[in-house]
Design a protein around this ligand. Structure first.
Ligand code: K1U
Ligand code: ZN
Length: 169
């Protein structure tokens, strides 16, 4: 297994639209194992393949307290969204240190395939529903800061660029 480098906003590669996965092979199993290792190491509750520069429709999630309930969602699609929405505080491993509110559906039903290609529907609410929506946005090339005002987004962009420059010194 390997830790994968996570792309940092405003890297333009984060805006790539991911393609569906068609081969449920050993390469996919290794990628999933590496993404889970990377997510746990970074203390995240989710990770989209886009964030590790792989532009395929794959996300991994673990919202359990014990960090022992990994979920693998391949080719996810929302098949139902609740009428109610609410504002959630979100963070992102690609935008370290930034947290802000994003309006999300309270609950979603998400159809996805597992590592063997078997399709199932996950009924999610609370943090899992928020995380699924956040990760599915990554697969569309959307980062949560794009829901914020242009003023906030530009401040975040400048902060990230400055932090990267200082890290490189
Ligand atoms: O996609 C990612 O960058 C992972 C991201 C997922 C996420 C966090 C919060 C709300 C929605 C989606 C993270 O895991 S950031 C880590 C973090 O800040 C966090 C960890 C546990 C609970 C809440 C936030
Ligand atoms: Zn994110």
């Amino acid at each position: 297994m390997a830790l994968l480098p996570i792309l940092c906003y405003p890297d333009p590669k984060l805006h790539t639209v991911a393609k569906p996965i068609t081969a449920f092979d050993d390469r996919l199993k290794i990628l999933v194992a590496d993404m889970l290792e990377t997510m746990y190491d970074a203390k995240g509750i989710g990770l989209a393949a886009t964030q590790v520069d792989v532009h395929e429709r794959l996300i991994v999630i673990d919202v359990s307290e014990e960090r022992d309930q990994p979920m693998v969602l391949i080719n996810p699609e929302l098949v139902w969204t609740s009428p109610a929405t609410h504002l959630n505080e979100e963070g992102c491993l690609s935008v370290p240190g930034i947290y802000d509110g994003v309006e999300r559906f309270d609950a979603v039903h998400c159809k996805a395939q597992d590592l063997s290609g078997q399709a199932r529907v996950i009924e999610a609410d609370a943090l899992l529903a928020v995380c699924i929506q956040h990760e599915m946005d990554h697969l569309l090339g959307k980062v949560f800061v794009e829901y914020l005002s242009p003023l906030k987004r530009n401040r975040i962009k400048s902060k990230m660029i400055k932090a990267r420059r200082e890290d490189a010194r």
